[in-house]
Design a protein around this ligand. Structure first.
Ligand code: GCW
Length: 732
């Protein structure tokens, strides 16, 4: 009986009658394959079209990156088309997939691709449906100037098949907007990951360099498939040991695995390394011995890793050593390292995440105050790495004013893929809408419009995106199925920052779950609503940094004590009059760091976007907002809307029963249950706390809190023992 049903199921599936059900040729969905799932194309008409269009593969391997392209095509086409595609030396028939560069493929050199290849540039690619061999045969051509462009083009083509796009008339020219598309791992040498929620570090230092986990290659494939071209292996809270010979051979082994995939390796440099591992009495950047030590260290690194990318440095921030320990400037420190790396073509990425408790100014202003005066001072191989917002990866922040204020120094925008402040592994929050907000904001550094049709790259200084990685050694890499979408979105946006969130979500859902519109439409809608939901139940109307101390997981609007500029009360300024941080000229005047007309827009109660109201203004509890509701009423409505959206997400997901494989269906259901409970936790703890200042009643019918304010305040960890990490994470 059972056998018969399996046979029937596979017949139905091969006729396309089980659209949405898991393809019978596919392994259980444990998340390992990420968006590199190459399950057979479910739509039978599309499958027939693809099988006719791709009947042989012409590609010259030999070089490692071309070999990687070939391996991926063989694997991908085998899975997607459900049969192997023969490899030929030259096009012999209709249905050739011709892949290469003009240098390694005579057939490609003979095609009229010069203009398209110029547009594609060093890393881009061209994909075209074309006649080949004097017009005799129809082919699909994936061409690029360099092998790495070929590999990116191959992944793009495979994505077209995964999302069941038609191939007729294919005409794609694609080039990355940014040259630097980097993951930053906050991985420690002991295997822990700062702000990591997906298991331990991927890097198994103890078994390197001799034994390489097969996962390293899959990591490289996943990154290359979305255009990521660099990885910083170690935590910005750095350990100097990574720069010792014993570790450098291990780093070199990882670099060897990543190289064919176009991924350069970078390391974090601990500023005090000359003392800790070099035996010097000082790390003063102007000391000749220190400079010589770093120069020799750079030489040593490049001997082991000739294409080493460079250093990322967190200096004089949250206890990390830096040049200010010697009364030197950030520029003195960065330039010393830049000079050591320059002969080898290496870069220094110097982070702007600096704030000092000794400085009385508003914490969000300190980066501009520190770095703007140094704009002319940095070497050309220094980039300043700036978080998207001026505080710290909050669910919503205005864009960082430094983006508009550095007119000479190149910048990197740092985004946090790991959701430290957005529900970590368990809440479904798709981050592309948040990143889109900052990538499209206009600094007005060049007047209205900015570069690229209005991006925060107003001064054209942004050279890349750095994403704090959310991967660990969990089988599914990211701790949850939906967290994978954020890694994917990061790569896609680093390649094309103007790509709409909806398009990214749609392609990810199609690849990850199904091309069935009954799945695609609702899941994309859930993802697109999820970030605003989190903002609403955590920190609505421009509130920020209201998370519990240390682990940053649950609510803690009452957090006080210790370093003031790391407490919730510093940021919420709740009192009997109202709520919010006055950053107008009557308050900290942080608005002055934005250029006109953004400055005026933020400073005025009439024009500030209401989603940022309490970031910039202290507003009375009974003051009326644009809706006609008082602040109190509006706050309550936002918290409730957050909870309601999560409940809608639950209902929407429940409706997919049978359309998504049972394993993932139940996993996501479980996470959504947690999210609903915790959205209520956020709402109730926050509303009760604000009420202790406003003394205003809840409107009739408002969902009553489950507990008292004191009950919420005494919680030290989420009320869930599966999160032992609460006490384990470092930071505050
Ligand atoms: O958000 C804070 C985190 C720290 C982190 C720091 C940083 C690596 O809580 O864990 O340290 O930012 O970005 O340096």
């Amino acid at each position: 009986m059972k056998i018969r049903w399996v046979a029937l199921a596979s017949v139905l599936a091969s006729c396309g009658l089980l659209a949405g059900a898991r393809e019978p040729n596919h392994a259980p969905e444990d998340g390992y394959e990420l968006w590199l799932r190459y399950a057979r194309v479910a739509d039978t008409a599309r499958l027939a079209e693809y099988r006719a269009a791709i009947r042989e593969l012409v590609l010259t391997p030999g070089e490692p990156t071309m070999q990687a392209a070939r391996d991926e095509l063989v694997l991908g086409l085998n899975g997607l088309l459900g049969r192997p595609v023969p490899v030929a030396d030259a096009p012999t028939r209709d249905g050739t997939l011709l892949v290469g560069t003009p240098a390694n493929s005579p057939a490609i050199a003979a095609l009229p691709l010069a203009a398209a290849l110029r547009e594609a540039g060093p890393e881009g690619f061209v994909i075209k449906a074309l006649p080949v061999r004097g017009g005799g045969h129809h082919a699909i051509v994936v061409a690029a100037n360099r092998n790495i462009g070929v590999l990116y083009g191959v992944f793009h083509l495979l994505r077209l098949l995964q999302t069941e796009e038609p191939l007729a008339g294919l005409d794609v020219v694609s080039a990355p907007r940014y040259g630097l598309r980097l993951l930053n791992h906050w991985d420690n040498l002991n295997g822990t990951v700062e702000r990591g929620y997906a298991g331990a570090s991927l890097w198994e230092w103890a078994s390197l360099p001799d034994s390489g986990h097969p996962r390293y290659r899959d990591y490289a494939r996943a990154n290359a498939s979305i255009g990521i071209n660099g990885t910083v292996l170690t935590n910005v809270n750095a350990n100097a040991l990574i720069l010792t010979p014993a570790y450098l051979v291990k780093v070199a082994a990882l670099a060897r695995v990543f190289r064919p995939y176009g991924i350069k390796v970078y390391l974090t440099a601990r500023f005090s390394a000359p003392i800790e591992i070099g035996g010097l009495p000082t790390a003063d950047p102007l000391d000749a011995r220190v400079r010589a030590w770093w120069a020799a260290k750079a030489d040593e690194i490049y001997r082991a890793i000739p294409d080493f990318g460079g250093f990322v440095v967190k200096a004089n921030s949250e206890g990390q050593p830096g040049p200010q320990d010697y009364h030197r400037s950030h520029a003195d420190g960065a330039n010393m390292l830049a000079d050591a790396l320059a002969p080898h073509g290496g870069m220094v990425m110097w982070r702007a995440f600096v704030y000092s408790s000794e400085v009385p100014t508003d914490r969000v202003m300190q980066a501009v105050d520190e770095f703007e005066p140094l704009d002319e001072a940095f070497r050309t191989n220094v980039l300043i790495q700036v978080k998207n917002g001026p505080l710290d990866f909050q669910p919503r922040e205005p864009f960082h004013p430094l983006f508009g204020r550095m007119s000479r120094t190149p910048l990197l925008m740092e985004l946090q893929i790991t959701k430290e402040y957005l529900g970590q592994d368990s809440h479904l929050v798709f981050l592309a809408p948040m990143w889109e907000e900052v990538l499209r904001a206009d600094t007005y550094a060049r007047g209205p419009g900015g570069v690229g049709g209005g991006s925060s790259d107003g001064a054209g200084r942004i050279r890349g995106l750095a994403g704090v990685a959310n991967v660990g050694n969990d089988r599914d890499w990211c701790g949850s199925d939906f967290n994978q979408a954020n890694w994917y979105a990061f790569g896609r946006l680093a390649w094309d920052p103007m790509l709409p969130s909806a398009a990214i979500a749609e392609s990810w859902v199609r690849i990850t779950f199904s091309n069935d519109p009954r799945v695609v439409r609702p899941v994309v809608a859930m993802m697109l609503a999820s970030r605003e939901a989190a903002v609403n139940y955590m920190t609505p109307l421009g509130l920020a940094h209201q998370m519990a101390r240390g682990h940053h997981y649950g609510p803690g609007p009452w957090v006080t004590g210790g370093r003031a500029d790391q407490t919730s009360v510093y940021f919420n300024r709740a009192d009997s009059i109202g709520l919010g941080f006055d950053r107008t000229p009557t308050g900290s005047n942080a608005v002055r760091q934005y250029l006109p007309p953004v400055r005026e827009r933020f400073a005025s109660r009439d024009s500030v976007p209401e989603v940022l109201l309490l970031w910039f203004h202290h507003v009375g509890w009974r003051e009326r907002l644009r809706s006609g509701r008082t602040l109190w009423e509006e706050l309550l409505a936002h918290y409730q809307a957050g909870v309601d959206t999560v409940r809608w997400m639950q209902r929407t997901w429940d409706g997919l029963d049978g359309l998504v494989d049972a394993g993932r269906f139940r996993r996501v259901q479980g996470f959504l249950r947690i999210q609903e409970t915790e959205a209520r936790w956020w709402r109730d703890a926050s509303v009760l706390y604000w009420q202790s200042f406003s003394h205003l009643p809840l409107p009739p019918g408002y969902e009553a809190s489950a507990h008292s304010l004191d009950w919420y305040r005494q919680l030290r960890c989420p009320p869930d023992p599966r999160k032992p990490r609460c006490d384990a994470v470092t930071g505050f």
